[in-house]
Ligand binder design. Structure first.
Ligand code: SAH
Length: 352
């Protein structure tokens, strides 16, 4: 059956496309045309430079684009949240954040998530399925097009793999995506401008380090001791804090890129001064950075963030211990587009 695997033209690398087009007996400049059209997020109807029979043949096997933006929510702070419909009807979310230095897109890697962190909305329905590389690339290409960008004049300069899903639980597709999105023939976003966030899948962190892809690795730590972390993040039962930090060090040694630890401050769990001191002790001597963020409220999860004073105390305690740390401004709260608030809508709002 055609389209069985939700594949679109955006799933194909230039070489893969070239092989297909050649096997069908077309000259290779046609592959170039199809590739560029796909990167421009065009529908088949808008590929008028291609012969009808070629379009028809492609259409039998591949969707033109991977995602369709079906709704946009604009925050007061300039952040925008999108609902993307996938070709099989699932709906995922993504967030656009304008900055003075460029624009960042927060990209989802799975429909749902299986990690079930105690504070996050993304796994409320479990893992539905992995996204293909084309479905990740499609998020970037569709927003770039929506914002009036082209392949040369990009409207997205930075990417964070911090939407719903665990990127390292969908390793092969994520690696394929990283190659596709940094392809010189395509949108060509530098890997140096991409952050990959993980809950700490140690084996995969090591595999990624060995690939030397020069993406920034961000690790969601959220606790200074294994007891607290296991309560908040069940994955800690498999990969505990010492192993996660060891993997982070390996990543740094291999790639020379400073690792960032994400730490959400949660009332009554991980936000007192003792926790800050324990965290500092863990990280002492490792050239890394801590990104603090006040927990965003997710109604099904019940946990709460902390006061401004508590945040400041935590930050000051880290600073006094010579740990590099900053407080991340939370964006897009009013549209449920902030960290941990992204979810899949399909099951709850099947009519979308
Ligand atoms: N699975 C990956 C990618 C998700 S990134 C990971 O765990 O890193 C999303 C980031 O938001 C993670 O750091 C996650 O721990 C954090 N997060 C989840 N729920 C949150 C919430 N309610 N408030 C603030 N941050 C949250």
């Amino acid at each position: 059956m055609p389209h069985e695997k939700n594949l679109s033209l955006q799933d194909l690398s230039y070489d893969e496309l070239n092989n297909i087009i050649k096997a069908w007996g077309y000259p290779s400049f046609r592959a170039e045309q199809v590739y560029i059209a796909a990167q421009q997020n065009k529908d088949y109807d808008n590929m008028s430079n291609l012969p009808k029979d070629l379009r028809h043949k492609l259409k039998e096997s591949y969707f033109a684009t991977a995602v369709t933006i079906i709704e946009t929510f604009a925050s007061k702070d300039g952040t925008e949240k999108y609902l993307y419909r996938l070709n099989d009807g699932n709906v995922i979310e993504g967030v656009f954040m304008p900055h003075s230095y460029g624009n960042t897109l927060c990209v989802s890697t799975q429909v749902g998530c299986r990690l079930n962190c105690a504070f996050c909305a993304s796994s409320l329905n479990g893992l539905i399925r992995n996204l293909t590389s084309g479905e990740m690339l499609g998020q970037v290409l569709s927003v770039n097009a929506l914002k009036g960008g082209t392949l040369k004049e990009r409207k997205i300069t930075n990417i964070v793999l911090m939407g719903s899903g665990e990127p390292l639980d969908n390793f092969d597709n994520v690696v394929k995506f990283l190659k596709a999105v940094s392809d010189e023939k395509g949108i060509n976003i530098s890997l140096r401008n991409i952050s990959l966030s993980t809950a700490g899948l140690v084996d995969k962190i090591i595999e990624l380090a060995d690939m030397n892809l020069s993406v920034t690795l961000t690790i969601s730590l959220h606790a200074p001791d294994d007891k607290t972390r296991s309560k908040l993040m069940p994955i800690n039962n498999k990969y505990n804090i010492p192993r996660v930090i060891e993997a982070a060090k390996y990543y740094f040694e291999k790639t020379g890129r400073r690792v960032i630890f994400e730490y959400s401050l949660i009332d009554g769990q991980n936000s007192d001064i003792e926790s800050a001191l324990k965290l500092a002790k863990r990280l002492k001597g490792f050239p890394c950075h801590v990104n603090l963020i006040n927990l965003n409220f997710v109604k099904e999860r019940g946990l709460r963030g902390v006061s401004k004073d508590t945040t400041k105390e935590f930050l000051d305690t880290l600073a006094a211990q010579n740990i590099s740390a900053t407080l991340r401004r939370s964006m897009g709260n009013d549209i449920e587009g902030a960290c941990g608030q992204l979810r899949n809508k399909y099951l709850k709002e099947g009519s979308l």
